[in-house]
Write a protein that binds this ligand. Structure first.
Ligand SMILES: O=P(O)(O)OC[C@H]1O[C@H](OP(=O)(O)OP(=O)(O)O)[C@H](O)[C@@H]1O
Ligand SMILES: O=c1cc[nH]c(=O)[nH]1
Length: 177
């Protein structure tokens, strides 16, 4: 059990604000495609794509990216659930993940996206930025920045997998002897 940073209502409002920010920065949804990092970045990405579609009345497609083949620690080429059924070349790709920490996942994701073509630009949207970067990658859009210790854990729960929406900060247990 940890501290609830965002409940379902907070998450809904935060994603609504992020959808508006993305549309404002890109002057609408023309040429935008959304790609969510599996697993939990994908449901967040779907919600952003849905919100932007609703706001603009222009369909914003959403794909899912499996970064396992591109990891820098233990690449796994046997599993790849990527589905990007639209053109990436020349598009503005909104890459979405639920948490950014070291940024190694996003580095891998960028490698994965490039396999699908040469986007016009890639912009990064994350629900939670918890700091402690190991690579020079920063989000263009974030839901909430959270001050964490390196050993803490942020848990993003999504309805699709967990039956509820919530963001929880789990502090490392301090054992006093
Ligand atoms: O910036 P980083 O240090 O790479 O950490 C962020 C990643 O960590 C989590 O993935 P995890 O590997 O826990 O898998 P999951 O998405 O299946 O939960 C989260 O989904 C991010 O993708
Ligand atoms: O705290 C963290 C760090 C990486 N990925 C997560 O989902 N949470």
């Amino acid at each position: 059990m940890g501290a609830v940073l965002l409940d379902a209502g907070d998450m809904r409002r935060t994603l609504g604000r992020m959808a508006h920010e993305i549309l404002e920065a890109n002057q609408g949804a023309e040429g935008l495609v959304v790609i969510g990092v599996l697993r939990r970045g994908y449901p967040v990405a779907k919600r952003l794509a849905f919100l932007m579609t609703q706001i603009e009345g222009t369909t914003v497609p959403c794909g899912k990216l499996d970064v396992r083949p591109y990891r820098d620690d233990r690449p796994n080429f046997e599993h790849d659930e990527t589905e990007i059924p639209f053109e990436v070349a020349g598009k503005t790709v909104i890459l979405v993940d639920e948490v950014i920490y070291t940024a190694r996942t996003i580095r891998a994701a960028l490698e994965g996206v490039m396999r699908f073509g040469r986007p016009k630009t890639v912009q990064l949207a994350v629900l939670i930025d918890r700091g402690h970067r190991e690579l020079p990658i920063e989000p263009n859009y974030y839901g909430k920045k959270v001050d964490t210790d390196r050993d803490d854990h942020i848990v993003v729960r999504v309805n699709e997998y967990d039956g509820e929406d919530a963001v929880v900060l789990e502090k490392k247990e301090v054992i006093n002897v």
